[in-house]
Design a protein around this ligand. Sequence first.
Ligand code: SAM
Length: 350
Amino acid sequence: MTAAPADRPAPTDLLGRPLGSLRLSVTDRCNMRCGYCMPNEDYTWLPRASLLSFEELDRVAGIFAGLGASKVRLTGGEPLLRHGLAALVGMLARRLEIDDLALTTNGILLAEQGPELASAGLGRVTISLDTLSAERFAAFARSTRHADVLAGIDAAIRLGFHSVKLNSVIIRGFNEDEIVPLLEFARERRIEIRFIEYMDVGGATRWRFDDVVSREQILTIVGERYGPVTPDQEAGRGAAPAERFRLRDGSRFGVIASTTAPFCGNCDRSRITADGTWYLCLYSDRGIDLRTPLRSGATDEEIGALIRRTWRARFDRGAEERLTLIDRAALYAVEGLRADPRREMHTRGG
Ligand code: SAM
C-alpha cells in the first residue's frame, strides 16, 4: 500500500522542485578505497542493527514512490556487497509506482550478480570507472580487481539492461589524461560515459579546488581530439545531473559539473542512508530519522505525511552555496566524519 493516491501531485519544495527521485543506500561498506571518497585507513561503520531490512527499504521506497519519487537508484557504499540484493530489486521492481529502477556500482561483483539482478527486474546500471589502468586503479582505489570491473561492464552490456552508463570522476594529476581513452572505451561499446567534476563532499577530505578539472576543461580536451562538441538539445536534461553533449559523429557523452556549475535549481533528488536517515541535499549536515517511525508502528500514511511536510519546507541548495565560498576547502576534516559517519559519501550514497 502506498502513502498517497498516485493521482495526487508530488509535493514541491519552497523552490518549486518536485519530489522526483530517491537514492537508496543499502550499505555503507565498500570494497574499494577511492582517494576522493574513502581515503582513510579506518572508518566508523553504521551499527548493523540500525541497517534497514529489505522489507523496510521496500516499504520506504514504496511510500516515496507513492508521493512522486518514481525513480529509485540503489547505491552505497558498494550496493553489491549487500547480501542477496537481487531479492530487494525484485521487491522494488514489482511496485508499479516505481517506473525507473537503477543501480550505481563499482562493477567488481557485477559479472557475478548481473544475471540475477537482470532477471529480478533491474532497469538501468551505472558503473564507476575512473581509469583504464590496473596499476592506477590499484594505487588510487587500493583494489586489485580492475579486470573484474571491466568484466562487469561487458557483462552488463550483454545482459541488455535498458541502459548501461559509465561514471568517471576526473581529478587533476590522476586521470585527466584518460578523458579521451575513457570516452573511446565507452564509444567502442556504444554506451554513454559521464565525466564528473571532483566534489568537496563527505569523504573527500583531501579535496582542493586546484585538483578539480572543470566542465570547460573537460570539453576543451574532448574538443581538441574530436572537433566541435555541441550541447545535445534533443536529449534534454530535466532534473538529470548530467549535461549531455554530442560529437560530430553523433556519439554522446555527459558532464556532471556539480562543482563549478551546480544544478540545484532542478534538483528533485534526496537520499536515504542504509540506516534510514533521509537527506534532502548531498551537502546537508542533518538528516531526518525515518527508521524510528518505520520501526515504531507508524502507518504508511503517517510516514508519507512526514515526508510531504518535510519536502514542502525544503530550501537546500548546498552545491550552489559552496560555489559562493571564497576559500573553498574540503567540507569535512576526518574528525568531523568520525563524529557522524552519515556525513560520508559512502554512507549517504553518490
Ligand atoms: N560504490 C558505488 C560506485 O562506486 O559507484 C556507489 C557509491 S559511490 C559513493 C557513487 C558515486 O559517487 C561514484 O560514481 C563515485 O565516483 C562518486 N563519488 C564519490 N566521491 C566523489 C567525489 N568526491 N566527487 C565526485 N564524485 C564522487
